[in-house]
Design a binder for this molecule. Structure first.
Ligand code: ASP
Length: 346
């Protein structure tokens, strides 16, 4: 009898120990499930593309001049690529790349901007951050050395997106952006181009046959965190009327970024604006499920007409697309682990 009672007690003890062990383990497992975060895929390929304007460039361009363009594109690319490769943000990469191009008088942005019908330089720029869905832009600047940096400050520090003319200059007064005399932007080659355009009443010396004075600059990038940013800077179009605003500072036309793609345009601003081009590319991707290249082809070859514009874009996966229907576009690109591209013609 005693034996039976002892064996019963042992069984009871074993069952209760096993039960509490299983109970404890189930709590541990449950806690592990709560504490272990769902792992986001961290491996993100960075990519960057830049342009120095689309238009028509004769294939007979003097070799020495061609070399200067290629060298400038190469140096600009290296600036953005270094930032991204070291884990920096696409916002910094885009701003610094565009600043470099704004300093180079070969391009129609910052120093080297084209002339208005009044013989002046009025600069436009925009930047958009697809992560924050925020943007900053300025138009009609006359004394800001790096319009892209003012655009970034507008995005980050103001409650507005776009400042124009005197208002933009006044906003700049409250910031630390570098200022220059307006003469700083005038370079002789652009002045001569303007005189020719002005004498012939040409708007921008444009057509695939006679070539227009191009050189707007832009940069798009995705960094290792997947943040997409687009930036564009320009003097606009040669002989533009006083107060004319082009596509560049119009968010969604010349500059756009969201969580899937970043786009920067160059070319005939009015045509780019009428097609709300940069946003059109992004929405084509989003709503049709098309690839970056497919959406780029739709925009450049179906929507727009020959001779009108060129675009650069990168998507979240680090894919790059650069296309123009004008015959040529100064451009360069690189992605993590990928080849470097520097090109002018097709
Ligand atoms: N898109 C610029 C504008 O219309 C000019 C250019 O890209 O060459 O202002």
């Amino acid at each position: 009898m005693l034996k039976r009672i002892v064996s019963f007690l042992f069984t009871l003890l074993f069952v209760s120990l096993a039960g509490s062990f299983i109970f404890d383990m189930s709590i541990v497992v449950a806690q592990m499930a709560v504490k272990t975060p769902v792992q986001e895929p961290m491996e993100q390929r960075w990519a960057l593309a830049l342009h120095g304007g689309a238009g028509y460039v004769s294939p007979n361009m003097p070799e020495e001049r061609k070399k200067r363009y290629m060298a400038a594109l190469d140096s600009a690319l290296a600036i953005g690529v270094d930032i991204l490769d070291q884990g920096g943000s696409s916002l910094d990469a885009v701003e610094q790349t565009v600043r470099f191009l704004e300093d180079n008088p070969l391009f129609n942005a910052g120093r080297g901007a084209v002339f208005t019908s009044e013989g002046k330089n009025e600069l436009d720029a925009a930047i958009m951050d697809g992560l924050q869905m925020n943007a900053g832009a300025a138009t009609g600047l006359t004394t800001v050395k790096h319009p892209i940096s003012l655009a970034r400050i507008i995005m980050e520090e103001s409650r507005h997106i776009l400042f124009a003319g005197d208002g933009a200059e006044q906003f700049a007064d409250q910031t630390t952006v570098e200022r220059v005399e307006s003469e700083y932007f005038r370079v002789p080659a652009r002045y001569e181009a303007w005189k020719r355009a002005n004498e012939s009443q040409g708007y921008f010396e444009s057509s695939p046959n006679n070539g227009w004075k191009m050189g707007t600059v832009g940069c798009v990038a995705v960094d290792k965190t997947g943040r997409l940013v687009a930036g564009t800077s320009t003097g606009g179009m040669t002989n533009k009327m006083y107060g004319r605003v082009g596509d560049v500072p119009i968010i969604g036309s010349g500059t756009y970024a969201d969580d899937q793609v970043a786009v920067s345009a160059t070319g005939w601003g009015e045509r780019i604006m009428l097609n709300v081009s940069a946003h059109r590319l992004a929405s084509h991707m989003r709503y049709t499920g098309a690839s970056l290249n497919e959406s780029m082809y739709y925009l450049v070859y179906e929507l727009l007409n020959e001779g009108e514009a060129g675009f650069i874009a990168v998507d979240r996966g680090g894919n790059i697309s650069m296309e123009t229907n004008t015959g040529s576009m100064f451009r360069a690109s690189q992605s993590e682990g990928g080849e470097k591209t520097i090109a002018i013609w097709k």
